[in-house]
Design a protein around this ligand. Structure first.
Ligand code: ADE
Length: 227
């Protein structure tokens, strides 16, 4: 899969996209990341990318021309072009799975008061928010989405089990995890996990998943029970 990002702050991506599982996916060519600096596509001497809003008001608006130029510089034929905005539909796991099957995704990261509406009308296929709160720009939201999409690409997560667990428990919150030692500062690991009885362990995990989901996310629990 190829992911292109249009941003005014390309350096923000180096750390989060260069380390750990996503970094390895890039190194192993499972994911191609193309980070584009919108400022490189300006045609004016001062590399200006924003201007005052028509009609007045606070803040600046990102101009259409550099973004049009950047998008005309890449192949967008079979692409989803996603604009990160708190006005968009809220991102979730179903959308991550759907997008992980795409050939090419372009993320457009806005700043200030956002981008000229003509960019959205002409290019954007999806407007997406990562939650009901406002951030200073679309970069962190784009990285959140890239992380969750990339881990669904076959081969990116090392062990098959990580997937398996998620499909069995899909729609539920995860059960608690423990590792060695079996007792730490008078806190023992639940006995069942040391029993070696896989059937009992699975039952315990499902029970815990249901319990935590019912307590913390009654909405998810109701949906799961009605499936
Ligand atoms: N830009 C600013 N806030 C955002 C949010 N919550 N989701 C996506 N893009 C944003």
């Amino acid at each position: 899969m190829k992911i292109s990002v249009l941003t005014l702050f390309p350096h923000m991506f180096a750390g989060p996209m260069g380390e750990s599982i996503i970094g390895r996916a890039v190194d192993n060519n499972l994911l191609e990341l193309n980070i584009m600096n919108i400022r490189d596509y300006t045609k004016n001497k001062h590399k200006k990318v924003d201007d005052y809003p028509y009609g007045g008001g606070a803040g600046m608006v990102m101009q259409a021309d550099p973004i049009f130029n950047a998008l005309e510089n890449i192949d967008t034929k079979n692409s989803r072009i996603i604009y990160m905005t708190p006005k968009g539909k809220v991102f979730n796991q179903d959308l991550a799975i759907e997008l992980s099957k795409e050939e090419h995704i372009v993320f457009l990261c806005g700043h200030y008061e956002g981008v000229d509406q003509r960019v959205i009308d002409h290019w954007v296929t999806d407007e997406v928010s990562i939650g009901d709160y406002v951030l200073t720009g679309g970069e962190l939201p784009a990285m959140v989405m890239i992380d969750s999409i990339a881990r669904m690409i076959p081969g990116v997560l090392g062990q098959k089990v990580s997937y398996m667990d998620e499909s069995i428990y899909s729609g539920l919150l995860e059960y608690p995890h423990y590792t060695r030692p079996s007792e730490y500062r008078d806190m023992p690991v639940p006995e069942v996990l040391l029993s070696g009885n896989h059937k009992r362990i699975e039952e315990w995990r499902m029970e815990k998943s249901l319990e935590i989901t019912r307590k913390r996310r009654p909405d998810m629990y109701k949906k799961y029970k009605n499936l």
